[in-house]
Design a protein around this ligand. Sequence first.
Ligand SMILES: Nc1ncnc2c1ncn2[C@@H]1O[C@H](COP(=O)(O)OP(=O)(O)OP(=O)(O)O)[C@@H](O)[C@H]1O
Length: 465
Amino acid sequence: MASLLAQTTSRLGARPAAQAGPVAQMAPMASRVQPAMPSALLPLHARATTTSVACRAASIDKPVVYTPRDSSQQSSNGAGEVSMSISSMDEVGPSYEGIITDAPTRPTGLYVRVRNMVKHFSTAKGLFRAVDGVDVDIEPSSIVALLGPSGSGKTTLLRLIAGLEQPTGGNIYFDDTDATNLSVQDRQIGFVFQSYALFNHKTVAENIKFGLEVRKLNIDHDKRVAELLALVQLTGLGDRYPRQLSGGQRQRVALARALASNPRLLLLDEPFGALDAVVRKQLRTGLREIVRSVGVTTIIVTHDQEEAFDLADKVVVFNRGLVEQQGSPTEIIKRPRTPFIMKFVGETNVVPATSLLAKRMRFNTSKTSVMFRPHDIKLFKTVPPESGEGALTTVGANVADKANLGWVVKYTLRFDDDVECELQLSRDQDEREYNLVVGSRVFVHVPHRTMMGFNASDVDSTPIV
Ligand SMILES: Nc1ncnc2c1ncn2[C@@H]1O[C@H](COP(=O)(O)OP(=O)(O)OP(=O)(O)O)[C@@H](O)[C@H]1O
């Protein structure tokens, strides 16, 4: 969609000056045409329509809205705006007239705020605290991933936001409206689930149309289906049945159907869970482009850390019905706030707090164990100076194992108290600087700031009954 808009605008910019109408100065509602797109190149007209198309092109440094004069030249896109096809512009030629204004700065997606959300389920063993006081802010038009171990409450929160579960306590706000008690229908949300939930007896086009029919939208359904098929790159497959599609294609149909009614919020529950790694990766790139182009706020539940960090603007990590940490992927990866996050996200070494390594590094903690990342270990082939410039405290270890894993080399180091840890290097760096063999004596330093003390209970992820 983004490229369609760019092409559309560049066509507008390329229109011959002779087509400019004398009514250009009469447009009272139009703001000044951007300098990079001289008004002479674009016919302007005083008649504003109720709909518009957002355009962005290399020649203009900010988005604009082009409002065509004739609404028959428009079609609705997934963002609730209106787009036009390039072929129709060629057909209509000089009669294609409209107004250029600055695009509204307000994003089209919903701003979702979850406040002190609680959901307790009654079970034979008593109340089960699936969600136990959660606050989450989801910026308009952003992509947010809910990540966490099985049973941590991700899907329950998604269902609460969708209105499929009633909260035990707390509130959900959509923009400035308290949506806590809104019905599912009134929330106007698009859903995509792992199991696709396509109708097998309906064609692809009919499945997508269903998304329009349930909302009773008064728009040209066939035209909208064609746009959505193009958006998810399935043009030409509208007549097929779901059984005639690959898993990835079926999931794209589910996405098209979810976007059919221009939702301002899209909820995805493990949407790629049933697909293999290569298809998952392709689909997530496609998903990112699609949801960005239509501006819909998107919340995705996933087990897959790579997916969460690659896709999301913000990652919310759940544990036992609570949010352990929320922030940008970089914040979560580089600045884990709790032992649980440290253990759950990325690889960690765990050693006893009484180990030779922890003592030599003078890492004092009241906790029983210490963890640190394999890539935070500093490795030396000879003992570095312990005083003066560049002085570092080190501890000796032997190389117990070496594994060549493609671009990465993994060493297992055994300290003199038999405690082991792992160290990862790029193959390049290993060949350049180390190239160690099993049995070599090495020296390591682990910076204090990268070490975290913890007790087993700090990293427990057993759901709380
Ligand atoms: N209707 C219910 N009645 C009782 N317990 C429930 C109900 N729905 C969910 N739970 C429990 O609430 C906890 C949280 O479930 P939820 O589906 O939100 O977890 P999740 O983090 O999405 O897990 P997964 O990644 O495995 O899907 C689970 O332990 C689950 O068994």
